[in-house]
Design a protein around this ligand. Sequence first.
Ligand code: F6R
Length: 607
Amino acid sequence: MCGIVGAVAKRNIVPVLVNGLLRLEYRGYDSAGLVVVHEGKLERVRSAGRVAELRQKSANTTGQLGIAHTRWATHGIPSERNAHPHMSRNLIAVVHNGIIENYEELRAELSEQGYEFTSDTDTEVIAHLVHSHYAQGNLLLATQTALSQLVGAYAIGVIAADNPQQLIAARKGSPLLLGVGEGENFVGSDMSALLQVTRNVVYLEEGDVVEVNLDSYRIFDEQGTEVQRPVQISELDNDSVELGEYKHYMQKEIHEQPQALANTLESVCNSQSLVPGIFGAEANSIFPKIESILILACGTSNHAGQVARYWLEEIAGIPCTVEIASEYRYRASVPNPNTLVVTISQSGETADTLAALNHAKATGHGYTLAICNVPESAIIRQSKLRLLTRAGPEIGVASTKAFTTQLAALFLLTLVMAKVRGRLDEKREQQFLHELRHLPAAMQKVLALEPQIAEMAKLFADKHHALFLGRGMHFPIAAEGALKLKEISYIHAEAYPAGELKHGPLALVDKDMPVVSVAPNDTLLEKLKSNLQEVRARGGELYVFADADTHIHASEGVHILQMPEHAGFLSPILHTAPLQLLAYYVALQKGTDVDKPRNLAKSVTVE
Ligand code: F6R
C-alpha cells in the first residue's frame, strides 16, 4: 500500500527521499513521485513506473525540504497524472496514504471556489483544502483545519513553496512515524524507510499532527493540544532489510523461518514451563474467565487462525471460531463478554482487521489479544494482550515467515489455555516444550528439500489451474499453498478439504489439472489416500507432500516429496514451507515479479 517519506534538512534530501521509497517498495505500488522546494518553488517529479525510473528522472533535482510517495491506486487509474504529490496552485503539495470518503462533496465545493482538479484522486482535495486555509501563512493551522473536514483514513505529508524549512505530517487510520535526526528530521510510513538516516523514532498516534522543523518538532493530538510522545530507539536491523545472497526477499524470508521461529519461541523455550504472562500481565486474571475464542484476521493470517482452531478445540478444549475480518466487521453477531478476541496480523495495520477489532470491542468484547509482527502497530496498541511474533521485517508481499511464526504463537496460546483449563499435565507440557525447541531444526531439514521442489515446479510452468487438498488441520495449509501459488505465479489455484472433492470439484480433474496434496501421517491418512485414488482414477497428476512414514510411493502420475519427519501437532508449520517453495519456484518459471506481485500491496491499510 502507499508509502510516504518526507525530509527537512540542510542538505539535498532527494537521495534520502528516493532511497526511502526504495525501502518502501515492498508495500506494493504502481507509481511514484516526489516534490521539493527549490528557490522558493515547488519542483515535482512523477513516474508511472518504478522508483528506479523516478530516481533517473529526478537526478538533477535538488532541495532541502521535500515529500515523496509510492502510490497504490484506489481512486483513479495508475498514471503519472494520478501519482502523488498533488499540488494546489503551485504553492501547496501533499502526499497521502488512505482513503478520503467525503472527497466527492469536497471536490464539488472546492470546484465552486475555483480550484482546478488535474487528477482523479481523492488526495487532490486535501491539497486544495489546505491551500484554501493557508491565507495567513500558517501551514500547521491550515492543515489542521483541512483535516477537520475530512472523513476517512489518512497519513499525509504537506509542504508549502514559501515555507522552505517546515513539513506538516499527520496520521489517522494509516501508519506514519517521525524520524528524529540531528539538525534534520524525517517522516516515513515505516522505519525501514528511515534507517538510512536515523534510529530515533516517534510513533505517532491516531489523530496526531506534527509540525516538523529543522531542529525541532511539535506534536498535537486530535483535539489540537500539544503532546509529548516518547522518542524510541528502533531495533530494526538494517541487514534484515537487505537482500544479501538471495535472489528475492521471498526466498530469503522462507529461509529465515528457522531463526524466526527460534526468536518467537525464545522466551518460552528457555523457561521450564508455560505461563499466561507471556501475553501480558493481565492475562493471568483474564484467561481463567475465557469461555471461547474468536479469531479475526485476513488472508494468510486468517489461515493461521484456521489451523489454531483445530489446536484450541482439540488440545485446550475451548470453542473457537475464525472469521474473515472484512466480513465480521459488518456482521451483526452475538457477543459473549467472556470470549477472547484474537486478532492476527503481520503488519498490525490492516484496515479490515483493525476495524473488526474495534467492532468486536464496540459490541461488548473487552478481552482482546493481538498476535502481530510489528511492535508499535495500531493493532498492538489497541489490544489488551499481545504476543509479538519475532519474524523480523517481511518485505516480500507474499507472507511466509510471518505465517509460520503466527502459527508458533498460536500454538503457545493453545498450550497456555490448555494449562489454565487443567488440560495439560506436567508430562505433556514438557513434551510439547521439547517439540517446540526442536521446531527450528526440523524446519531447517524441510528447507533442505529446496532443489527437489525447484525441479517439481518446472512441471507447473505451463499449467493454468491447480487444486490443493488437505484434511483436518492441514486443510488451511493447503489453502495457504493455493494462495501463495495464485498470488505470485498468477496460476488459478483452489484448495479443498480432500473429502469435499467428490461433492463437486472432481469434475475439474483431468490431465491438465495438477493436484497438490498435503499428506501428513495422521489419523486421516487412510481417508486421504482414498481421495488421492479418486484423483488418479480421473487422470489427475498428483503432487504429494508426504511424511516419510506414510507409505505413499511415486508412480506414473504421482510425484512424491518426502518430508523428513512427522511433527505431530506442529506438522502444519513444517508442511507450509514446501508449498511456499513450490509457489516461489513456479513463479520463477513464469518470470513474474515475485516480491511485488501485480495488483497486491504488503500492508493493506485501506478497506
Ligand atoms: C498473502 C498475504 C495477505 C496478508 C493479509 C493480511 O500472502 O500476505 O493475505 O496475510 O493482507 O495482512 P496482515 O497479516 O498484515 O494483517
